[in-house]
Structures are given as C-alpha cells and as structure tokens.
Design a protein around this ligand. Structure first.
Ligand SMILES: Cc1cc2nc3c(=O)[nH]c(=O)nc-3n(C[C@H](O)[C@H](O)[C@H](O)COP(=O)(O)OP(=O)(O)OC[C@H]3O[C@@H](n4cnc5c(N)ncnc54)[C@H](O)[C@@H]3O)c2cc1C
Ligand SMILES: NC(=O)c1ccc[n+]([C@@H]2O[C@H](COP(=O)([O-])OP(=O)(O)OC[C@H]3O[C@@H](n4cnc5c(N)ncnc54)[C@H](O)[C@@H]3O)[C@@H](O)[C@H]2O)c1
Length: 459
C-alpha cells in the first residue's frame, strides 16, 4: 500500500461516496477518509432515519381515520422498538455503501482527514500523510446551535434519533425543514410539541399557500406555534428544561431541540493553509465544476453551501468525477431542483413560487383545494392544495407546489416534464388518472387568477 493517490476524498457521505466510486470506476486510484460512519448524514442521521420516523409518526393519522372505514384500533407505541429497527436498517445501508466503494477498488480509511496543502492530506489518528493529484472535500455540515446560556442542555437532529426515551413534551426552535419534520415526528408519536420561530410563518422562502397550509395542518395536529420569538436561555428544572423566551416568558419542557440551520464543516480542516477560499457564509467557494480557488482541490455537497440536499450532493460528486477523471466536463444545473418537506401534511415543490414568478413576467396561476378522498368518510376537513404556475396564456410551466399526501412522489414526476420545458398544453395532453389527487395537475381549465404587469387579477 503506497500513500500516493489520484484522488483522496475527505468525507464518505452522499457526495464523497458517489465521487469516489465513479472516479475509481474510471480507473483512478482513490482513497476515501471517514471519521464517523460511511454513508454520512443522509444515511446515518438525516434523510433515511428521518423518513423511517415519519412513517412511524403517520400511523397516528391513519389510526385516526381508520374508524370511519370500519376498523377498531387499539394501538400503542414503543420507541425503543423503532430506534432498534432504524439502527438495523442504517447498519445494513452502511454495509452496502462500504461494499459499493470496495467493488471498484476504493480504499476506505477510517480516520479524520486534514488538508495540508494543494496535494497533501494528513490522517489525524494514524499520524500518516497522503499525497494526491486531486483532493475532494465532501465533509458536509453540522447543526448550528445558537450561543445562549444553557444551550448544552438541548439536542439537535443528531441526537434526536437515539433519545433513550421519548420526552413528554418538546420545544423545537427553527422554522425550516428540520423543525417542521421533527415536529411532525414527535407530535405523531404522542409528544406534546411546540415550535418556536423568530419569523412570522414557518418555511420562509416557500410558496405562501404551502406555508399557510402546513401551518394549519400542524396546528390541527395539536402542534403549538410560537412566532416572532426566540429562546434566550435554558436551565435545568428538575427533570425538565426551563426555557426563557425573548418576550420574558419562561416555560418547562421535557426536551428542547435546535433546528436552527446547519453550517459547513470547514473548521480546522487546514483549508486556509492550502489557500482554499471560503464564501462570506463560510462555505467552500467553488465554480460550476466544483473546483475551489486551488486548482487541485474540489468540493461537493453541503460544505459548498449550494443546495443542501442529498441528490444534489450526489450529482455534484458524479459530475466532478466525469469532469476530472472521464474527460467529460459537466456542470450541475442547480436551477430546477425538486424538493419535499416530509411533514404532515407533506409538501412537494419545484420551480418558482407565486411571488417569485409574478416578478418575472405575466403569469397564470391554477389552484385547487380539495378534501382528499381518504378524508371523505371521516370528519377530517383538511384540504389538499395543488398549485401550478405558468407563463401567461398556458405557456411554460414555471412552478408546481403541492401540499398533502403523496406530494413528494408527485413532485418528482412533475420534475421530468418541467426539465423538458413543458407547457400547460403538454400537461393537458395527458389523460387524467382517476380517482387520484394528481389528476388535478392535468385537468386545470381556466386559470384561478393571473398576474399582468405584476398586478394580481381575479382569485
Ligand atoms: C435531519 C436531516 C434530514 C435530512 N433529510 C433530507 C431529505 O429528506 N432529503 C434530502 O435530499 N436531504 C436531506 N437532508 C440533507 C442531506 O442529508 C445532506 O444534504 C447530504 O447528506 C449532504 O451530503 P454531503 O456528502 O455533502 O455530506 P454528508 O452526508 O454530511 O457527509 C459528510 C461526511 O464527512 C465526514 N467528515 C467530516 N469531516 C471529516 C474529516 N475531517 N475527516 C473525515 N471525515 C469527515 C462526516 O462524518 C460525514 O460522514 C437532511 C439532513 C438532515 C440533517
Ligand atoms: N426534506 C428535505 O429535503 C430536508 C430535510 C431536512 C434538512 N434538509 C436540508 O438541510 C438543511 C438544514 O435544515 P434546517 O431545517 O436546519 O435549516 P433551514 O435553513 O431550513 O432552517 C433553519 C431555521 O432556523 C432559523 N434560525 C437560524 N438561526 C437562528 C437563530 N440564531 N435563532 C433562531 N432561529 C434561527 C431560521 O430562521 C430557519 O427557520 C435544509 O436547508 C435542507 O437543505 C432537507
């Protein structure tokens, strides 16, 4: 074994693993360094365990409507069973990731890697130095914890998956993806859940109808929302944690969780020594081909502060390998990324929001709000929302926003015609599938309202 490689990847998460595998497939001699568990955030403490827990939480809603379909359900929930089942599944996935790296000959080094120069990497544990023609930094991000007194008493998403027991109540600070997804999980599993958010409505940057629709859905499920307030301090209060808010109110909770964003893992990596420039937000600055200010050092995924999503990190890793090791220069198009929030109700979106689109030119908005069939036998009044935004007079589809059951699955498929530049007429050509929620997308007739010269007309 020599210490000289074509490529050394630091971080075996979504982006690093894909890049390492592809580069090795193209004949490069590759090592990948991982200090925690192979698979990274997504597999170990992100997308995968999160979605498994969302499934667990959603039985609550299902049991709720079950009676109206004739079922009698006497259910109880056991947290340790879920945690153990989750652990088994992520351990299986981790092994699959290791096997997929080893198949094309990637050497996996379990250690912490630091950059020592444009072609040098130091292994902290082994005290060994590696040289590499190229270095790929794919170290991901970590939860940001506001520096307040008592912050150490709180958890982040990292710890939430493996709590020894479910708390009786939880206060979650933040209004983004992680806050609303974990509120859904905890509330669904029977925890008295409160979100505290500094803004005036959750999911800033999402379409207004999605934000308000989710707000109503969370409230319906008993989740309390405190707006325009932050946590100022935390203190021990018997077995509970007492939180003091910016308005002076103090209240006890069984647990407190910060979901206040994630910062790129760049600290102490040695990037400054190598001359790698950072963005003002502290991410590694890269060009369209993921190349940093040092030509031999590339970076992909969350550490670059672009879109912090697994499929994006994977695509960046893949295109890096194509560009550098397959003589096939490819840049990732970050302009049209489908994304989902696995809350209850679920959200799936792609493209421009109504507010964004209205400032880009004349647009038509098609909006449907309806009670999903699953709810029609029950007393549940929750509505599904489907919104399609097009250029005026049935032109190109600019945005699609869906709130309700199946939204994530639907939006993935909407991404295909949108990527092809589909118009409203292209969608209309499809024959509806009945009965389904998605059929609304191909049966919209006249616009619900329009924007002309930035002014809303109708609706
Ligand atoms: C709770 C949660 C839920 C999420 N849900 C979704 C979702 O549903 N869908 C979605 O698309 N995205 C989701 N994400 C985001 C997604 O997980 C990330 O965008 C993705 O994992 C980024 O991949 P990456 O390769 O950049 O980094 P990561 O997957 O974070 O991998 C980085 C790896 O580098 C290692 N590392 C760091 N520094 C060093 C070092 N110096 N030496 C050695 N190893 C090091 C880390 O241990 C880690 O394994 C979620 C994130 C969280 C936190
Ligand atoms: N379903 C998914 O695809 C999914 C799920 C989870 C996470 N992710 C990815 O991970 C990223 C990180 O998720 P996140 O929810 O932590 O971040 P986020 O950026 O989505 O939300 C962070 C929230 O914390 C608030 N905040 C930030 N600093 C604060 C402070 N000092 N005090 C009070 N509030 C503060 C922000 O206003 C915001 O509401 C997401 O942006 C997303 O890209 C994706």
């Amino acid at each position: 074994m020599t210490d000289s490689y074509d490529l050394v990847v630091i971080g075996a998460g979504s982006g690093g693993v894909r890049a390492a595998r592809m580069a090795a497939t193209y004949g490069a001699k590759v090592a990948i360094i991982e200090e925690f568990r192979v698979g990274g955030t997504c597999v170990i403490r992100g997308c995968v365990p999160k979605k498994l827990y969302v499934y667990a939480a959603r039985f609550h809603d299902m049991f709720d409507v079950a009676q109206s379909f004739g079922w009698q359900v006497d259910a109880s929930f056991d947290w340790p069973t879920l945690v153990a089942a989750k652990e088994k599944e992520i351990t299986r996935l981790e092994a699959a990731y290791v096997a997929n790296l080893e198949k094309p000959g990637v050497e996996i080094i379990r250690d912490r890697g630091l950059v020592t120069g444009p072609n040098g990497v130091h292994l902290v544990g082994q005290g060994r130095d590696l040289t590499a023609k190229y270095i790929l930094v794919a170290t991901g991000a970590h939860p940001f914890v506001p520096p307040i007194p008592g912050a150490e008493l709180a958890i982040t998403s990292n710890e939430a998956f493996d709590l020894p027991a479910l708390p009786h109540s939880i206060l979650i600070e933040g209004g983004g993806y992680i806050a609303v997804e974990f509120a859904t999980i905890f509330a669904g599993l029977g925890v008295d859940t409160t979100i505290i958010y500094r803004g005036d409505c959750i999911l800033r940057g999402f379409d207004e109808d999605m934000r308000r629709g989710l707000e109503a859905g969370l409230t319906d499920r008993g989740i309390k929302l405190i707006y325009q307030t932050t946590i100022k301090s935390l203190a021990k209060h018997g077995k509970d944690i007492s939180a003091t808010f910016s308005d002076g109110v103090t209240a006890p909770y069984g647990a407190v969780m910060f979901a206040t964003g994630r910062n790129p893992n760049v600290r102490g990596l040695g990037l400054d020594k190598a001359g790698v420039k950072l963005t003002p937000m502290g991410a590694i600055a890269v060009d369209a081909w993921s190349q940093s200010s040092v030509p031999s050092i590339y970076a992909v995924g969350d550490v670059t502060g672009r879109a912090a999503l697994t499929p994006v990190a994977i695509r960046e890793g893949w295109y890096f390998a194509e560009t550098v090791f397959n003589d096939n220069k490819l840049a990732v198009d970050h302009s049209q990324i489908p994304t989902a929030v696995f809350s209850d109700p679920e959200i799936g979106v792609i493209g421009l929001t109504e507010t964004e689109a209205a400032t880009h030119g004349d647009i038509d908005v098609y909006l449907a709000r309806f009670r999903p069939m699953m709810n029609t036998l029950s007393t549940r009044t929750e509505r599904m929302i489907l919104k399609l935004i097009t250029e005026k007079d049935g032109g190109k589809v600019l945005g699609c926003h869906i709130l309700g059951s199946g939204a994530a699955e639907m939006i993935q498929l909407v991404a295909i015609p949108m990527g092809m530049g589909a118009s409203k007429a292209d969608l209309d050509r499809a024959i509806a599938l009945h009965p389904s929620a998605a059929e609304e997308l191909v049966t919209f007739k006249a616009p619900t309202y329009t924007y002309r010269d930035g002014e809303k007309i109708g609706g």
